[in-house]
Write a protein that binds this ligand. Sequence first.
Ligand code: SF4
Ligand code: SF4
Length: 440
Amino acid sequence: MEFSKHNVLGKLKDSENYFLINFLSRQADILDSQTAEGIISGNYSQSDELVEKGYLVDPDEEMKRYRKEYLSFIENREEEEKQLFYVPSYACNFNCPYCYQSEYPDHSSKSQEEVIDAFFRYIDQEFDGKEKYITIFGGEPLLPGEGTRRNITLMLERAKQRGIGIAVVTNGYTLKEYIPLLSEGIIREIQVTLDGTAEVHDKRRPLKGGQGTFQRIVEGVDAALEADLPVNLRMVIDKTNIQELPKLARFAIDRGWTKNPLFKTQLGRNYELHYCQENANRLYDRVGMYEAVYEEVQKSPEILEFHRPAFSISRFLFDTGEMPEPLFDSCPGTKTEWAFDYSGDVFSCTATVGKPGESLGTFYPEITKKTDEIENWEDRDVLSIAKCSECSVRLACGGGCASVAKNAHDGEVLSPDCRPIKPLLEMGLSLYFKEDLVGE
Ligand code: SF4
Ligand code: SF4
């Protein structure tokens, strides 16, 4: 019997205790320091419990289990709902200094009926019989003006005829005016961004003319919730606005948003995607953002009423009492996610959509496919990325983001984008668990 390759042993932050997790056998335990130190030094007894829980394994048996879980992962993913992004324009009325799309060309014409019809013909054909929904994305998809309204109306109508739900990612400035129109469609979610309370948000997300946008976005969120439309509020964090997290949390609590079941939140890390950011040193790396959030939560626990950070699998484990299924691939691009834009191009996902050189084919004016490139994306998982194949956290990391990996490794899609799983667990398990013992 050997110590499993999928075991991860770490020390809980701000605690004397440790955790031991196995991502393949789906077990998690909190250990006292004596037990943990025994394991670290190799001085432990091969107890039945360690074997039963899959911490100690016969390597051949473990490999069989690994293969079986992989097949089941691939099979389940086939059945998963597809998220199809559609970009009607890359134009935007905001001037956010951190926008990664700011240099994308925009040649969108006013009416795109032909393109939108071609998009729906394409998805009818390519995703026939699959569960799916469409996310309208930009640029800013809800710009004022008749041309934009017409395009949104077409999208909502065509989707409704097919029973397909729509999500919208908007900066929120015109949301209030769009509520009656959106209410005509099957709206699944409206994602809006606030980067803090009024003063800080208005500096980070001003209109092109420099005017603030906070007040109108807040009215948009209120109007959406009143109209029973689900809102996903996103806050993009870097070192210059982290101090706004408790303030925005308090604002959302006072406004009654956090009590509304239609309201949820997400924290986004602002990072260099394709174009250099103006001030790269204000950005967090992945672990840095979570460290900062962890510190803020220690000081202001009410943040958890506003947002409960995932910290890898920590929140999931706490909420369900179970380990998640092993994650052989964390990048949905070309598998359960595709992106399309008004020019007729097809892309892997939101990270690549509109970026010159990233198109994987076209749906308009004719259907074309770059088969080799698509296959490369489709093949990407922790088995096909060499560095991942021996990594102990691979079934929690899943190889990370293909687009980030590609940018960092000379255009190689089959390369890793490492997630700091162990430090995230050290913080997250400490935050959500104290001295509990959990397991499947
Ligand atoms: S490439 Fe990155 S952004 Fe795109 S689907 Fe994969 S993980 Fe998401
Ligand atoms: S991307 Fe890095 S951390 Fe993630 S599984 Fe691969 S080697 Fe491990």
